[in-house]
Design a protein around this ligand. Structure first.
Ligand code: GAL
Length: 471
């Protein structure tokens, strides 16, 4: 796609990031798998949440989604054809443990074994996220993340996953964006399970922090040679003005959105200097918790999409800070109304590089939703292509300045179920027609394929004829 490269003057090669740099795509179970009740799978909080009218755009749901459960071979082959060597996906806890704890669903185990084995057969390295937001509903009935028992439930789950898949999977991430699943799910109520308020948020934060470290310790013990990470959402925070109040508001937003989950894991405690209400966590703390919140991760995954401009606000309780939404700032935005702001990814790399305890950093998600149109069998998504290129230039800038960054995963492989926004915002490198489930590689996907470069043809796969139209 040379004209695109010229258009945005992108002349980097994937090799410019170093031979060992990891390139991949990221996905999450509920967003792609479908088969919501197949073969003994239990319900998750997302299966439940989507049934409540008005929670999801046009009352859509992930019951079928991309049908990855049935089409995983086709999708992995498609990935291979696009030179993608690393595949990050999450496990559905309730597919493995339908009641969240106790009885194991062998069919669920078989499914993930098949996915992992097929990745390996295709020369693709599987990267597993243990928790990408789909808590078993049976556990939510007992309080979910607000209940300290989550530590025991999570331990059961992690042990089973590590014991079962750890012989073949070496790359693990414990949690996906704890700030988002506690904030949107247990404070704002806009994501599953739809709980609101500080009384839900505060204990959830603490229990997620403890599970994050606990998961790390269990993986370390059980999986020989494991490379263990966890992932954080993060955005550059720009104060709207240099007034004292706006600067203070920006500091609070930064503590909430960027520091809250990494700092306790590094032994730095909660950022309660910036956000005093976090002291309420003490009520849930036991003497050993500070120590048990710490884990020496092999890498940190940072996930960046945009930046936030923040101003002071009297009306927002506790935080006294408010985001100045991108559409009112007259800047280029994606379909999520997020500002397109490539320097944010560089700033976040810089920020996370300043933590002494962080050994390695990978970008485990970056991508964008734009209006895509399928015309004559093609999706010419030039905006997404140049978004990815411009963010990559910033990643390259960081890397050439010597900042730690050793991988990049595009969010996401195929269009999928985008949580409360349903199927409307499409983030994929591959388009999905959600009526026929037909896959079509977009221009951005072809660009990524070419950017990653042709690899030697590995072995010829013995596989059933694929019904996925490629191209
Ligand atoms: C992340 C999340 C993904 C995906 C993406 C785009 O916060 O981990 O599941 O939804 O945002 O919104």
């Amino acid at each position: 796609m040379t004209h695109i490269s010229e258009q945005s003057s992108f002349n980097l090669d994937s090799k410019d990031f170093g031979e060992d740099f990891v390139w991949g795509v990221s996905t999450a179970a509920y967003q792609i798998e479908g088969a919501h009740d197949a073969h003994g799978k239990g319900a998750s909080i997302w299966d439940e949440f989507v049934t409540k009218k008005g929670t999801i755009f046009e009352n859509q749901h992930g019951q079928i989604a991309c049908d990855f459960y049935n089409k995983y071979r086709d999708d992995i082959l498609l990935m291979k054809s696009m030179n993608i060597d690393h595949f990050r996906f999450s496990l559905s806890w309730s597919r493995i443990l339908p009641e969240g704890t106790g009885r194991v669903n062998q069919k669920g185990i078989e499914f993930y074994n098949d996915v992992i084995n097929f990745c390996l057969e295709c020369g693709i390295t599987p990267w597993i996220t243990l928790y990408h937001w789909d808590l078993p509903q049976a556990l939510e009935k007992l309080g979910g993340w607000t209940n300290r028992k989550i530590l025991d439930w999570f331990e059961d789950y992690v042990k089973i996953c590590a014991d079962t898949f750890g012989d073949r999977v070496k790359h693990w991430m414990v949690l996906n964006e704890p700030m988002v699943f506690t904030g949107a799910g247990y404070f704002l109520g806009v994501h599953a399970p739809g709980k609101k308020g500080l009384r839900n948020f505060i204990p959830s934060i603490h229990h997620a922090v403890l599970c994050q470290a606990l998961g790390g310790r269990l993986l370390r013990k059980i999986v020989p040679g494991a490379i263990i990470g966890t992932t954080f959402s993060c955005s550059q925070i720009t104060p709207r003005s240099n007034s004292k109040k706006d600067l203070k508001a920006a500091d609070k937003a930064d503590a909430l959105l960027n520091r809250l989950f990494i700092e306790p894991s590094l032994g730095l405690g909660y950022p309660d200097q910036s956000i005093p209400v976090l002291r309420k966590i003490k009520k849930y703390e036991r003497p050993e918790d500070a120590q048990n919140s710490i884990f020496e991760f092999d890498f940190i995954g940072i996930q960046n999409y945009t930046r936030e401009v923040v101003r002071h606000s009297y009306t927002v309780p506790y935080l006294r800070a408010k985001i100045v939404k991108a559409p009112v700032r007259n800047v280029q935005t994606t379909l999520m109304d997020w500002e397109v702001y490539p320097p944010s990814i560089y700033e976040m790399l810089k920020k996370f590089n300043t933590y002494k305890g962080v050994k390695k950093i990978l970008i485990t998600e970056n991508g964008a939703a734009f209006e895509d149109t399928l015309k004559n069998g093609a999706v010419t998504d030039l905006e997404r292509t140049s978004y990815l290129q411009n963010y990559l230039k910033q990643v390259h800038k960081a890397s050439s300045e010597g900042l730690k960054v050793s991988g990049y995963f595009v969010w996401t492989f195929t269009d999928n179920f985008e949580w409360a926004e349903g199927y409307c915002p499409r983030f994929g490198l591959v388009h999905i027609d959600f009526k026929t489930l037909k896959r079509t590689i977009k221009t951005s996907g072809k660009w990524y394929r070419d950017f990653l470069g042709k690899k030697e043809q590995k072995e010829v796969f013995k596989t059933k004829k694929t019904d996925v139209p490629i191209g």
